[in-house]
Design a binder for this molecule. Structure first.
Ligand code: CA
Length: 226
């Protein structure tokens, strides 16, 4: 069965654009143009993720998020205009699992939706991923090397999670950009190198051997020998 996404957005053009993209990706999508319609829809047909615009007629996005949260732990991705971000980040973080600043590329939203769905599924099943001495606890959001805890940033955690879900499989740079950052850097950025270096340093400082290997000109692979 398709995973259900509820989009709460009063701007019909944006809502429709998101709906078409998400349906194309295989999700079942429901649209709501205001908060009350959204709350009723969520009660009747519980979604797996809610994409919620902050600026809505009637109840605003924060209120809708609060009411949704009263009866459910559904992940919420908040959409917000740039000018309202600075002073509201704390509020956004309290009310939502993630937020995106308009305008954004569709791929960016898709990446966030996938992260939330994965995380929520993992939390429901209490999942821990293992590879060699590594353990990735998706509930506690913790990385351990032979039971030693290693502090990871959110992006580093996502990157390691991706490798641990695809062990011994070469992950291309394009795929890493798309899955972790949600868009293509056009090969200009060294952000992947920076993150891979950080991962290696942290894991190796905790006593692990080299586990993430460079496949020159292609990408990276998680495996336990050179
Ligand atoms: Ca709006």
């Amino acid at each position: 069965m398709s995973q259900r996404i509820l989009i709460v957005e009063d701007e019909a053009e944006i809502a429709d654009y998101l709906r078409r993209g998400l349906v194309f990706e295989g999700y079942a999508v429901e649209l709501a143009g205001d908060g009350l319609v959204a709350l009723a829809a969520a009660r009747e047909r519980p979604p797996d993720v809610v994409v919620l615009d902050l600026m809505l007629p009637g109840l605003d996005g924060m209120e809708v998020a609060e009411r949704l949260r009263a009866g459910s732990d559904v992940p919420i991705i908040m959409l917000t205009a740039r000018e309202s971000v600075a002073d509201r980040v704390a509020g956004l973080e309290r009310g939502a699992d993630d937020y995106l600043v308009k305008p954004f590329a569709f791929e960016e939203l898709l990446a966030r939706v996938r992260v939330q769905l994965r995380r929520h599924q993992a939390q429901s099943s209490g999942e821990i991923l293992h590879f060699g001495p590594l353990a990735l606890d998706l509930v506690a959001h913790e990385v351990r090397v032979d039971e030693r805890r290693v502090a990871f940033t959110a992006k580093e955690f996502e990157l390691l999670e991706l490798f641990m879900r695809h062990p011994r499989q070469v992950l291309t740079r394009d795929l890493l950009y798309e899955r972790i950052w949600g868009y293509d850097f056009g090969g200009e950025s060294n952000v992947i190198e920076v993150y891979i270096r950080a991962l290696r340093q942290k894991l190796e400082a905790a006593g692990a051997a080299r586990l993430i290997h460079t496949i020159r000109g292609v990408g990276y692979v998680l495996r336990d020998e050179g």
